[in-house]
Write a protein that binds this ligand. Structure first.
Ligand code: GAL
Length: 775
């Protein structure tokens, strides 16, 4: 039996000895997942959540059963805790990013029980990832769920299920208390709720199965029954049948070559840090798959929530997960013992997820350490002979003990090559994957200027493109999905690393479209320019790019056809969907004006170049050629300037409008309009239709954006907003906040069943009202 213990904990952000006998009468009532202190969005001290806090939970056991064991399971807290039950000290436990099982059989009683957790959330240098500097911020709190499990004295403690494409099934299990008497284990295999096999051995040949893959993530369920004199212990476990292989020729899933394209993810959210329940975790996986069109995520730099991985299983998103740490290996045996335990626990906890295709057993970007990493690879292979190991490093030719050379390649600096030639990174031809790029090379905020935001997007395009040049590269995983809170010595001095292709609220920056435009699933088109001359130096229009997966784009200006454009295959010859460079805003308007067609084309070319790069961006020899044309047609500099203002510089002209029309197979599939003098209003978009609390509260994200009538975001809008709720919902985080670069999001949590309303008000724009049902 499983009893969730997430609602209604008493909480105080401190600890005193007398709490052991009675909890302070002045306290907060909180639900789990919980952060010990709500974070400001940015600008806080490293110490902000590093303190000891006290949590108390009362729970009922109607009748103690002597045949059973009573286990408290903590899915994750930061970082270490003393656990007391009914006044007895049960033990000291370290969790961090791992599940902790506390056997409280000897401490519980019939009736009311009192659980007290004294939680130390300091960055204890004796526990990984702590001890050195590190670029992330693990906030304190019991941030993953808690439950009581009541199980027969002999029960299934852990099961590792491998399903292969051929239908072969291999089981590795641990039975708790197996010496306490005789027991029997039986298995039932289900596919879509239909039983398809039952057996007792730890291996089986199922025959034809539907393999788990990216397009059809087929899941099977194994029901396990352990029968003993103490009763039946029954549990269900989802898994998939699939083969994964990294080779010198790339990555193969079920024998099919797949080019991996992905992003790293930190599980950090604004205000609540790590404390995000199931649907928030699931939403991140959905965003990666559907809004960023990637096929792999790296869970940097620690194992993620089981809800996140289960969602990856359900939707067909691959995951590379690793143990906690950042560049530092603690010198002490005790630190290294915890590291070893972390390797084992990661594999134990997340083994059955078919989405997980590799174990990251090396501390991210740490130096070589032969003994430690030889042990880790051997251990991982023993525990899981079917999955490869990786170990993320930034070092060339570092000691290669893993199955895949996983390398952070930061060679691209906005010019030159996007990636290193893998042959130059590691001397031998071994399976190879790029696990980070960009990130700190070019921090970018949604409200940075146009040039900056375009550059971020192009950097991602270039790495994606250049990596495809080398068939040896299994794939690339960019830094990073979302902006994240970090320690003071990293980030932009504000405790935020603005490295994401999404901001902290998971709102898209333009770089998000470098990924999304690679999909074939739906038409995508994002113009990487507001076409606002006044935003640029010299009031030029600047280079205009479009991220899109269409065959070609036609541009209309003020309703008049200008030209047709094709993807830029010259600079991005390996990408399926290169960005478009819109190099002509003049079209044939110029013909018949003064010049012959040929000379008009040259003048047009020069003017388009000037509009994109500025007058200094036109090479000198081209000026000479223009001079010769001036002589030929007997025109003066002023005449040329007249042409410039007529065709190019619309600065100050009233009411320009642009339509970018995208075609696939010669049919219009998507259109984006941009016009001056647009009308703006606030819009809200909810991540799901209703809140459905269960084992714990539920959360939805309500994206709030200032957009014009064409759906274009007002990127420089940082206006103040106020959120108020009525009914069964509450806002997680502050009720006063601002848009950040025209967008933000409000996290709304369930409180009570029934209807609720979120109202967002501001000055100058109409308020928003969002109705939310809690079911
Ligand atoms: C890497 C590191 C990441 C992050 C990134 C920023 O070196 O592994 O955690 O700090 O740099 O680009």
């Amino acid at each position: 039996m499983i009893v969730p213990l997430n609602y209604g904990w008493k909480y105080v952000p401190e600890y005193k000895k007398e709490f052991l006998s009675s909890f302070p009468s002045v306290h907060e009532i909180v639900d789990i997942p919980h952060i010990n202190r709500i974070l400001p969005f940015s600008y806080f001290e490293d110490k902000y959540t590093q303190f000891t806090s006290s949590y108390e939970k009362e729970f009922e056991i109607p009748q103690i059963d002597g045949q059973k064991r009573y286990l408290l399971v903590f899915e994750g807290f930061s970082t270490q805790a003393d656990i007391h039950v009914n006044g007895f000290f049960v033990g000291h436990y370290i969790s961090g990013y791992y599940e902790i099982q506390v056997d409280v059989t000897d401490f519980v009683k019939t009736g009311n029980n009192r659980l007290l957790v004294i939680l130390d959330s300091s960055f204890d240098k004796n526990i990984p990832p702590f001890g050195g500097q590190f670029d992330y911020y693990p906030p304190g709190g019991i941030y993953r769920e808690v439950r009581l499990e009541i199980r027969p004295r002999i029960f299934l403690n852990n099961i590792r299920i491998t399903g292969l494409m051929t239908g072969k099934l291999v089981i590795d299990k641990t039975i708790h208390n197996q010496d306490a008497g005789k027991y029997e284990v039986s298995y039932e295999l289900y596919y879509h709720d239909k039983i398809i096999a039952f057996f007792n051995e730890d291996h089986a040949e199922i025959g034809k199965v539907n393999p788990w893959d990216l397009d059809s993530p087929e899941l099977y369920k194994l029901n396990v029954k352990v029968t003993s004199a103490y009763g039946e212990d029954v549990s269900s476990h989802f898994f998939g049948f699939r083969d994964v292989k990294f080779t010198k020729e790339g990555f193969f899933l079920n024998g099919k070559h797949i080019v991996l394209r992905g992003l790293n993810r930190h599980q950090a959210y604004p205000y609540v840090g790590y404390a995000m329940p199931k649907s928030g975790q699931e939403l991140d996986a959905d965003i990666l798959k559907n809004e960023l069109a990637v096929n792999i995520v790296r869970s940097s730099h620690y194992p993620p929530s089981r809800h996140f991985l289960s969602r990856c299983d359900e939707i067909g998103l691959l995951a590379f997960i690793e143990i906690p740490g950042w560049q530092h290996i603690g010198p002490d045996d005790s630190w290294q013992a915890l590291y070893r335990q972390n390797v084992r626990n990661m594999i134990k906890e997340h083994f059955n997820h078919p989405s997980v295709i590799m174990w990251g057993v090396r501390i991210n970007e740490s130096h070589d350490n032969h003994d430690l990493y030889a042990w880790a690879n051997t251990e991982a292979r023993l525990m899981d002979p079917y999955r490869p190991t990786g170990g993320v490093r930034y070092l060339k030719n570092s000691e290669f003990l893993e199955d895949v050379y996983t390398y952070n390649d930061f060679v691209h600096d906005g010019t030159g090559k996007g990636v290193e030639n893998p042959d130059k990174v590691y001397k031998k031809k071994v399976p190879y994957m790029i696990t980070e790029y960009n990130g700190h090379m070019y921090p970018t905020k949604s409200y940075d200027d146009t040039d900056h935001r375009i550059s971020q997007a192009l950097r991602h395009f270039r790495v994606l493109n250049d990596s495809l040049k080398y068939p040896r590269i299994s794939g690339v995983i960019g830094w990073v999905m979302n902006d994240y809170n970090t320690a003071s010595s990293f980030g932009s001095g504000d405790h935020v690393c603005h490295h994401g292709v999404l901001d902290s609220f998971r709102q898209k920056k333009w770089a998000a479209y470098s990924y999304l435009s690679q999909t074939d699933g739906k038409p995508v088109m994002q113009v990487l320019s507001p076409l606002a001359l006044g935003d640029n130096r010299e009031a030029i229009r600047g280079d205009v790019y479009v991220a899109s997966n269409v065959d070609y784009i036609e541009l209309y200006m003020n309703g008049k056809y200008i030209n047709r454009y094709y993807p830029d295959r010259k600079h991005y010859k390996y990408l399926k969907h290169p960005p478009f460079y819109i190099d002509d805003f003049i079209g044939d308007k110029i013909y018949g004006d003064i010049f012959s067609k040929r000379d008009a084309d040259y003048i047009k070319h020069i003017m388009n170049l000037g509009a994109g790069k500025g007058l200094k961006g036109i090479p000198f020899y081209k000026y000479i050629k223009v001079g010769l044309l001036m002589l030929k047609y007997r025109i003066r500099y002023k005449d040329l300037m007249d042409l410039w203002f007529k065709y190019v510089n619309h600065w100050g002209n009233e009411g320009n409008s642009y339509s970018f029309v995208g075609f696939i197979d010669n049919a219009e599939v998507i259109r984006r309009n941009i016009s001056d003098n647009a009308a703006y209003s606030l819009k809200a978009e909810t991540s799901k239709p209703v809140l459905t609390p269960g084992d714990t509260y539920d959360v939805m994200s309500v994206s709030v954006r200032l957009t014009d009538q064409n759906g274009n975001i007002g990127y420089y809008a940082n206006i103040a907003l106020k959120a108020e709720t009525a009914g069964g919902i509450e806002v997680l985080g502050p009720s006063l906040f601002t848009l950040q670069g025209g967008q933000t999001c409000v996290y709304v949590r369930s409180k009570n069943k029934g209807k609720g309303t979120l109202t967002i008000t501001t000055e100058n724009y109409d308020p928003l009202t969002v109705s939310v049902e809690v079911r």
